[in-house]
Structures are given as C-alpha cells and as structure tokens.
Write a protein that binds this ligand. Structure first.
Ligand SMILES: Cc1cc2nc3c(=O)[nH]c(=O)nc-3n(C[C@H](O)[C@H](O)[C@H](O)COP(=O)(O)OP(=O)(O)OC[C@H]3O[C@@H](n4cnc5c(N)ncnc54)[C@H](O)[C@@H]3O)c2cc1C
Length: 733
C-alpha cells in the first residue's frame, strides 16, 4: 500500500511539475536561430546536376573559395547548402562518400528526444528544454523540406505498470506542447485492447495500455546526399573521395597566422593538390580532433566517441506503420524498434569506442538488442539470431565544449568553436538539427573570416531539398501509368528520388514482359531497379560500396541480399565507369569485405562456432544427407557437388534457387553460407554446425541445408519408383 501511495505521489508530483514547466516554457522567447522573414530569395538552381568530372576539375583548378567545408555528412552538407545559398563561393570535401560516416548509421529518427524533455522537466533544465524545442522546430522543417525522404511515424510506448500511465502521458503531452504549432500530430492514450490491435506482436501479459506519440523518420544517407546535391545545384563544388591531409596558413594584416587553404588528395587517383579558401570549416563528426590537431597539434581532444549498433530484422517483426519505444532497458538505455523500408530496425547500444573509419558491430551488441526486444514481444515472435539480416554501427560525435572552462563534461548540444587561426569547428548535435547547426556555423564563419555574402542571413529554412519541389504523395501513380513500372517500384522511386524519379524511370530498361514494361529488379526481394545504378553514378557514386550502402540501402537492409546483387550492380557500374574485369573483381571483393565487417556478416558467422545441439538420430540423418551430396565420398562437398545436386527441374526449389540455371556466382554464395573456415568446400562438421544453428534459432535459413533435404527427397522418390511395379500400382492392364 505504501509503495502504491509513493508511486501515486510520484505521478501526481510529476504531473504538477510537468504542467508548471510547460506553462513556464511556453512563456519563454523563441530560440535565437529563428530566421528573419526579410531574407532574400536564394539564387536559382541549375536544372542539370554538374557531372562529377566537372566538380573534380573545379576543386583541383586552384581557384579561390570563400568557404571550404571538410566532411560530407549531415553537418558538412548542411553547411555547404547554407553557405552557397547565401552567395558565398563554396567547396565541400569528403574523404569517403557523402554520409559514409555516422550520418548513414543513425536510428533514422527526426526527433526532439522525449528522453531529453523528461530530463529537462525533472531537472528543471532550461538549456535542455531549448535543445528539445530547437530540435522539434527543425523536425517540422525537415518534414517540409524533403517530404519524399521524411515522413511522420507514430511510436508506441507500452506501459506495464498502472502508475506509469499518467507519468508518461504527462511527459508525452509536454512533448506535443513544446512543439507547439509545429507539432507533427497529437499523441494519444490507448487501452490494452487498442494497443494490441495496433501492435499485435506486443507481449500482452501485465500490459496496462500504451501511449502513441509522433516523430519523423527519414532515409538518412539519401537525405545527406540530397542536401549535398542541392548545394551542388546552387553552384557549390562538392567532391566525395577527396581527403584533406594538411591545413595551410599565412600571416594576416596583423601578422597572425590564419588558415588560407588545405592540401588535399584525390583518393581515387592519388593526385595531390591545394584548395585555397578564406575560411575553413571542420565538420568531420567523430574525426573532429584530427582536423583540430592539423590546425594546432597542441590542442586537447574534445571528442568522446561512443558507438551505437542497430540490427535489422524482417518486416513481420513490427507493424508497417508503428514504432515502439522501450524507455528503460535492463541497463537503463532506450531501445527503439521501428519499421523502416519494409524491414524492422532495432537499436541502439551506447559503448565508448575508438574513432575508426570502419566501425563494426560485435556479436555481444547484437545479442544484447535481441534480448531486450524479447521482453516486449509475444511468444509467437520467436526472436532468433538467424533473423538478423544486417547489423551496423555508428560513432556518436559527442564533444566537450572548448569555449567553456569545464572541458570535462560533454556538451549537450552542438558547439561552434573558432580557433586562433580561424578554423571553424562544428561538432556534436544531432541529425535532426543539421540545418540550424549549419546556420550557426556559417554565421560564425562570416563573422570570424570577415566574409561578404550576398545574403547575410540564412535562407535554408523550409527550402526544398533535391527531389522535394515537385513531389506529391500520389506522384508514383504517374510513374506506373506513364512508364509502366511495377507499383511497388514506382512507390520506392517516388519516395527516394522525389520529383527526380521521372529522370530515373527514363533510364530503366525494358523487361520484355507484358507487365511491368520497364524496370528490371536487381534483387527479387527488393524494389531496386537497374536504372538506379546508372542514376547513382550520375549522383557521384564511385564504387560498389557507395552504391549498395548509400545510393541503394540494400547493404543496411539485408547484407546477404546485397552480396547476391553485387555482380549485377558491378556490371552496370562497370559499364558506366569503364571498369576492367580486374577492377570489377576488386570492387566485388571490397564490397564483400565491407558487408562482412561493417554490415555484420562476420559477426553472424562467429555464432556458428557453437556446441552442437543435435540428437544422435539427427546427426545420423544429416550425415546421410551429406553423403548423398558427397557422391564420390571425398569427405567434403565441392562446388561441383552442389551444381550436380541442383541440376534438373525436379530438384530445384524455384523460390529459393530461381527459374534460370544457378550461376557460378550463386553456387559460390550457397557454399559461402556454410563454409565457415573459408576453404572453398563444405566439411561434415560445418554442415552439422549449420543444422544445429538452425535448430536453436541462431540461423533461420540456409540454401545448402534446403538443398541437402531436397536431395534426400529426390533419392527417396527414385528408390520408391524402382520398388513399385506396374501391376501393384494399378497404373496399367
Ligand atoms: C547510433 C546512432 C544513432 C543516431 N540516431 C539519431 C537519430 O535517430 N536522430 C538524430 O537526429 N540523430 C541521431 N544520431 C546522431 C547523428 O547521426 C549525428 O549527429 C550526425 O549524423 C553527425 O553528422 P556529421 O556530419 O557531424 O558526422 P559524420 O556523418 O560522421 O560526417 C563526418 C564526415 O567527415 C568525413 N571526414 C573526416 N575526416 C576527413 C578529412 N580529413 N577529409 C575529408 N573528409 C573527412 C568523414 O568521412 C565523414 O563522412 C545518431 C547517432 C548514432 C551514432
């Protein structure tokens, strides 16, 4: 009874504090970044995107820029757009691909952060409140600027203790109130029955009800690219695969050493060159200290990197239009469980880490997320390790503020710092606030480097991003009706490219079928078509990883499917970029290494080193199956054995192996699924390991296992044919 009273007390007090806080908060002035309505209209965009060769030529030409931005993630791309649309001559340099760093590895939420608001309310923390308010304002801006790439997403917060209902309800209502007129949609309370109707996979035992609130969701890699391309259309020079290796200084009128350019390296050709600029912006996320130390080797590091892993599960794990938030995991973190591009993403972890160009998920992180989501799902959803289709890790660029004396504690928001030699560093913050961060950075750059923009104030507020101008929610119907695309493909193109989808559709090849007329898919399970590869090259994709990870999101959605689609993708890219046979092989190898290390394939192979969990009968059954494929009794199964077993229509399961003859590439894929010691053949112990992993749920599906089973059925059918004579079968006179 006493504890019930205490909980009731907490609820009542939090409700009162919440209400009081909201009243106080609403009385406050709007954030300082609000844009003046007098800002002049930005210059016109180019109707054709300059080809990459032109961008490379411009950056290597030795011309003077007003602003050089280092880093092509959300922050750098945002800075390039803000700078060029103010009329400043702008260049952006990215050492890998646009958004190849943290900006393609986020939770994909466009949010103010309910958890931060909870902290603001409970701690009566005005700075925290300002941060949430700013992010909620930017959330609305992003949804409007790129309506094709961002959409509202309802998120359910299930409640398992009655006293938490009013507690969370007040908190979420405050979230709506702080967003004010720019709220996405109002939150609402659900009974247990209603919650289960909307999220049938939810565990129903002890469920009291749920609260649904709205945030935005996006395709993060595509959004960063779209921002960079918008900057390019406005005249910025944007160059991926170009690295800054050194900063250059010269004395100013007072004799102080100030930055005037950077030495760069074209990562593809190895060519070194210098870019001259009046102002240099460091927007390198987790790499911020490497550029700060190029400027002044004695500066203290400010970045405290922390890694966050997500896993991708099949779409049936969550409803198509409802996410889930677990506000307190077993170790006090927050886990999101969200539908995304017809799959489900779950994450994230939070572990201190080293800054690396190749962050990789670990098996422990994957298992942690699986264990946490099990708590929320009912018994019909058997959460299995083998259902993890992909896993990836991003590094949070958390920083301490060098402008403050206390350099120990982490800045809660973004920081803009101007060094003695005028290096402008923008760090911290989040995806959602990229535009406001860019605005603050360019304001600081104009002041520190005495730049003379045509428009002194930012004009990016509500500015449409590449593809957003002519987009409508029903635009995809024209793609179906005018071009003869499959509906699912048309919807995907419209959501990915916005009004540019027509340009993509024009590049699609004929299928030779009655329907769809154009658009050959590059993988049967995904709506990606051949034309996107050609179009992706025009959008500055330079290697197979750029294509599978960021132009298409295949690697993030399903690492195995990405590996299967690679040869076709590399063939099309090869034609566009004139790759030799050797180069194509190199591209495939590099992309497979990327899938293994950064998209979790390696971690999934490790789980096969498990103790066998098979009965004696199962072991003899599988040993028999194995020997049926290993016809020559070599003790292992080779590619040729697999080819022989798959020959003939009777054996081939059309869904798993396709209609056409199984290609050499597919045969290798089947072998690789199970060949854990990578010696190009399958030994009996590897096969038993795989069957054990399937039994325990660590692995969901193996084409090799299915093939072995079919081989056994074929043998049985043939021996039965021999046994049944015509007179006994009743089949003849
Ligand atoms: C797991 C996780 C989940 C997240 N989820 C969300 C979310 O749901 N919503 C949200 O709003 N925020 C989220 N965030 C935060 C958000 O993703 C980041 O704040 C944002 O992406 C940082 O962008 P950035 O451009 O600063 O850094 P990055 O994207 O890392 O870009 C920096 C770029 O600089 C380049 N670079 C580095 N050195 C050089 C050099 N010498 N020369 C040229 N280029 C160089 C790098 O290659 C890199 O591409 C999440 C972060 C993580 C880690």
């Amino acid at each position: 009874m006493a504890s019930r009273l205490r909980k009731f007390g907490i609820t009542a007090v939090s409700a009162a504090i919440g209400a009081g806080f909201v009243t106080w908060a609403l009385d406050q002035k709007p954030p300082a970044y609000t844009v003046s309505s007098e800002a002049k209209a930005p210059p016109k965009r180019k109707s054709t995107l300059p080809p990459r060769t032109e961008q490379v030529k411009a950056i290597q030409s030795g011309q003077d820029y007003d602003v050089l931005i280092i880093g092509g993630g959300a922050t750098g791309a945002g800075c390039a757009l803000d700078s060029v649309t103010r009329g400043l001559k702008t260049a952006l340099i990215e050492m890998d691909d646009f958004a190849s760093g943290t900006s393609s590895r986020s939770t994909k939420l466009i949010h103010g952060g309910v958890r931060y608001l909870q902290k603001a309310i409970l701690g009566l923390d005005y700075e925290q409140y300002r941060m949430v308010k700013e992010a909620l304002e930017e959330r609305a801006n992003m949804l409007e600027s790129a309506p094709h790439l961002a959409h509202p997403l309802p998120i359910m917060l299930p409640v398992y203790q009655w006293w938490q209902v009013p507690y969370y309800w007040v908190g979420i209502k405050c979230y709506d109130l702080v967003a004010g007129g720019r709220n996405v949609k109002s939150s609402y309370l659900l009974s247990k029955k209603e919650a289960l109707e909307l999220f049938p996979m939810l565990k129903k035992e002890k469920l009291c009800g749920a609260i649904v609130y709205y945030d935005g969701q996006q395709d993060d890699a595509r959004m960063a690219l779209a921002v960079a391309l918008t900057a390019a259309r406005h005249g910025a020079t944007v160059c991926n695969h170009t690295e800054v290796t050194q900063l250059i200084k010269k004395p100013d009128e007072n004799g102080n050493q100030v930055l005037c350019g950077a030495k760069c390296r074209d990562v593809i050709t190895g060519k070194e060159f210098t870019v001259k600029a009046k102002c240099i912006i460091n927007a390198t996320g987790p790499f911020t200290d490497s550029i700060r130390k190029m400027d002044d080797p004695s500066v203290k590091s400010i970045c405290c990197p922390s890694s966050g892993t997500h896993i991708v599960l099949p779409g049936y794990y969550s409803p198509e239009q409802m996410g889930l938030l677990d506000p307190s995991t077993s170790d006090g973190r927050v886990i999101f469980f969200l539908p995304w591009q017809r799959q489900t993403i779950a994450g994230t972890t939070d572990t201190p880490c080293e800054v690396t160009r190749t962050p990789a998920p670990t098996d422990d992180e994957i298992n942690f997320i699986l264990t946490e989501i099990k708590h929320y799902l009912n018994a019909d959803v058997d959460v299995r390790r083998g259902d993890v289709l992909s896993a990836w890790t991003g590094i949070r660029p958390l920083v301490s503020d060098p402008n403050k004396d206390d350099t120990q504690s982490l800045a809660r928001n973004h920081i803009v710092h101007v060094s003695k030699s005028k290096l402008i560093t923008i760090a911290g913050g989040k995806w959602t606030t990229y535009r406001a961060m860019a605005e603050h950075t360019i304001d600081a750059a104009i002041k520190a480097c005495n730049l003379k923009p045509e428009r002194p104030e930012s004009v990016t507020h509500l500015m449409k991003i590449e593809g957003g101008q002519g987009w409508t929610p029903t635009m995809y119907i024209r793609l179906v009706q005018d071009f003869g695309l499959e509906c699912e493909v048309a919807q995907h193109l419209a959501k990915t490219y916005g009004d540019r989808a027509f340009a993509v559709a024009k590049m699609a090849s004929l299928t030779g079928k009655r329907w769809p007329i154009i658009g050959n898919k590059i993988h049967p399970e995904f709506p990606y078509i051949d034309a996107e590869i050609k179009y992706g090259v025009r959008e500055y994709a330079m290697n197979a990883v750029d294509m599978i990870a960021r132009r298409l999101r295949l690697a993030f959605l399903n690492a195995q499917a990405a590996s299967e689609a690679l040869p076709a993708i590399v063939d099309i890219m090869g034609e566009e970029l004139k790759w030799s046979k050797d180069e194509k092989e190199k591209q495939i190898k590099k992309a497979r290494d990327f899938l293994n290390l950064e998209m979790g394939q390696q971690a999934s192979t490790k789980t096969r080193d498990l103790a066998l969990d098979l009965t004696n009968d199962e072991v003899s059954m599988y040993t028999k199956r194995f020997s049926l494929i290993d016809k020559d009794k070599k003790g292992f199964v080779s590619i040729n054995d697999i080819r022989r077993a798959l020959k003939g229509d009777k054996v081939r399961d059309q869904k798993s192996f396709g209609d056409a003859d199984v290609s050499g590439e597919q045969l290798h894929d089947i072998l690789k699924e199970i060949d854990t010691n990578m010696n190009g053949q399958v030994e009996l112990d590897e096969y038993l390991q795989m069957m054990s992993a399937i039994k325990t749920g660590h692995v969901a599906y193996s084409r090799f296992a299915m093939m072995a089973e079919m081989e056994e059925q074929k043998q049985e059918a043939e021996s039965l044919k021999k046994k049944i004579t015509v007179d006994r079968s009743g089949g003849g006179l």
